[in-house]
Design a protein around this ligand. Sequence first.
Ligand SMILES: C[S@@+](CC[C@H](N)C(=O)[O-])C[C@H]1O[C@@H](n2cnc3c(N)ncnc32)[C@H](O)[C@@H]1O
Length: 203
Amino acid sequence: MLTLNSPFVHLCLWTVGLCQAQTQTTDSERDVLALHASGRQKVAEIGVWHGVTSSRLLRAMSDTGEFFAIDPYPVGRLGFSVQKIIAQRELSAFRDRKIVWLRETGVEAANRLRAAGEAVDFLFIDGDHSYDGLRADWEAWSPLISSCGIVACHDSRSSNERDLSDTGSVRYTSEVILRDSAFRVIDEVHSLTVLRKNKLPNS
Ligand SMILES: C[S@@+](CC[C@H](N)C(=O)[O-])C[C@H]1O[C@@H](n2cnc3c(N)ncnc32)[C@H](O)[C@@H]1O
C-alpha cells in the first residue's frame, strides 16, 4: 500500500516540486564537509542517497576534479530505485563536471579504484553504518587516501542532539578509526568525525 512516507509518493511530490530531496546530514555537518573538500581534486562519497551532500561537495571541490558517487541503489518494490532517479536529477546541475557513478558497494568501488591505480584526496563515508560495514569500508579505503588527504565519517560519534553510542559505526570509529596512527582527527560536529591522513614519506 502507498503511504505518505513511501519512496514512490516522495518521488511524485519531488517531481512536481512539492518536496525536496532528503538528507541525513545536518547543515553544520555539510558546512564542515564543504570546508574540508574545498579545492580537492579526487572526491568520493560512499552512500549518495538523494545527492544533497554530493551537491555541496561538488560546489566545494575543484571544478576540474573528479567526483565518485558510490551507492548500490537497490531496486525497490516497483523495480527501480527512486533514490537513484532523484540523485541523478539533482546532480544533473553539474553536467559540465566529471562525475563517475559507481552503482556498487563501497568495497566494490575501492577494489575498482585500486585496480585502476587511483587514490582520492577526500572521502565521505556514509553508506553501511553497521560495525562490519564500516570496518569493510575503512579497510578497503584507508589505503586509497592520498598523503594529507581527508576522510569524514558520518554517524561516527554521539552528540548533544543524538545518542548513537549503540550504533555499530560509532563503536568501530572509537575502537579502530580513532586509534589508527596513520590519521588524526581535525574536526568534529554533530555525528561527523573528520580525519586527515598523515604525510606519507616521499610525498
Ligand atoms: C544515510 S544514506 C546516505 C546519505 C547521503 N550521504 C547524504 O548525505 O544525504 C545511506 C546510503 O548508503 C547506501 N548504502 C548502503 N550500503 C552501502 C554500501 N555498502 N556501500 C555504499 N553505499 C551503501 C544506501 O543505498 C543509501 O543510499
